[in-house]
Design a protein. Sequence first.
Length: 380
Amino acid sequence: MRILLVGEYSRLHNSLKEGLEKIGHEVVLLGHHDGFKNYPVDLPIRRRYTSGLRKTFKNGLYYLFGYDLESQNIKAQIKNLKSKASQFDIVQFINEAPFGCTVQTEKQIFDLLSSWNDTSFLLSCGTDYTSVNFANENQFKYSILTPYYLHKDDAHSDSYGLKFLNPKFKNLHEHIFSTVKGVIASDMDYHLPLKGHPKYLGMVPNPVNTDKISYQPIDISGKIIIFHGINSMHYYKKGNDLFEDALIEIKSKYNDRVDIITMRDVPYQQYIEAYNSAHILLDQVYAYDQGYNALEAMAKGKVVFTGAEQEWLDYYNLEEDTVAINALPNVKAIIAKLSWLIENPERISEISTNARRFIEEHHHYVTSAKHYLELWKSKI
């Protein structure tokens, strides 16, 4: 089959592409490079108005006339790629608005790419109308909206995906859902909001190319190394404030038994290299399942504090604290779990081995690719 993957977040589509190619399919990836992460893209879409006078001119034009130069530039690039982005059996969009354009332009781009190809599918991965609306209606115990509604992070309100609740984005969502053959979720945080929807085909766990990530056996003979990477833009959204408060207590309580590494706003490649020596990685709080950073760390054998809620345990038939540590939005709970690991380092070794095995069993990129094919073919 010929497959066009549109958009890239956290290497998901790159890993899926590698899995599909491994089993003999032709795959082309169109989209941005996902910011500073700079993932490979076959048909790159570049932003041209991100800094300097160009950005100032673009912003002024939008403020005065509501005309977005960047959106028009991106649409023009895609139109110029028609010969290379056409006649695919499958086109899958990674999100309802994968290009960061105005709502109108996102709709136009979606319609173009859908009309050029045979069958369209949507991936629910990252904030979208369904997941944000579900969180906004308090149907999760906690969610990425929790710190926003606690007024922890008013300065970065745009990062919470609340734009998807705007009527224009809701209309875009409804248009896309009426057009695609089906919707697939990448993890529990998107699976739960979609359950019962007639267009929902099911969850395919994030694909991880374990051929490219080596397992690193854990040595617990010395100090326990805890790694905490911070992205300032997502400080409260990821629960970094809770992790930092917990680490103050851990350092005071176990100063002679732990080393704590905290890094802030480092490039992605430097980030993943920096935690190689760590036993424990503090990833995020407000999630039910693991995102890509957590999955890659688990593949290396790290003990990751991340989303690992009961719904996730039930789905995979796991026991608590055997594969990953569920990071609750409670500083005392985080301290208790860290203390348990520090005082029982043999548990770190067990979880490390289990984490790698879990990734190989449930997130292997070829297994994931085969699952996508099954779902796509069921609707062709």
